[in-house]
Ligand binder design. Structure first.
Ligand code: ZN
Length: 164
């Protein structure tokens, strides 16, 4: 961890701090681009429910946007979002509701390609439980999909979509 350089600190310490801050002084064995250990960050990114996948390489977040779009965001082990290319490799469907004849919908990449989404087949009435069945990127096509359950009491407030 880099020590924050304090402006106007004693000059005897300033040179040491400058040395630590110099990018060339970082040992090449530890490139700066690599974040810390995996699975340190399990915070929701879009105001939804955030889960770790059984493969321990991926994370999944589900949100329900008004008036009825279920969106699933995918993340790697450091909780950074997957690329559009990787999102497109996921294979997912959602069971809309809990009853026996709950409609089963295929999830498609969103317009920006950064999430998977499906539109409500019926008017949304809360509480609503959605069940995601997903093969994450890298999972065999014939593997058993992983199941995540998302109970919703209201639409999700995704603060990342707010414009500031
Ligand atoms: Zn994790």
């Amino acid at each position: 961890m880099d020590m924050p350089a304090v402006e106007g600190s004693a000059s005897t310490q300033a040179s040491a701090a400058d040395h630590q801050k110099a990018p060339d002084a970082v040992p090449s064995a530890k490139p700066k681009a690599v974040p810390g250990p995996a699975h340190q960050d399990h915070e929701s990114k879009h105001g939804g429910a955030f889960f770790m996948a059984l493969d321990e390489k991926h994370h999944v977040e589900g949100v329900l946007m008004s008036p009825g779009i279920f969106k699933v965001f995918l993340f790697e082990e450091h909780s950074l979002p997957l690329s559009k290319q990787e999102v497109a490799r996921a294979n997912a469907k959602v069971l809309w509701g809990e009853h026996e004849k709950a409609p089963e919908l295929a999830m498609k990449p969103s317009a920006d390609g950064l999430a998977l989404e499906a539109a409500a087949p019926v008017k949304v009435v809360f509480p609503l439980e959605l069940t995601l069945l997903i093969r994450l990127p890298g999972a065999a096509a014939d593997s058993r999909p992983e199941l995540f359950t998302f109970p919703f009491k209201e639409f999700t407030h995704d603060h990342t979509t707010h414009k500031h």
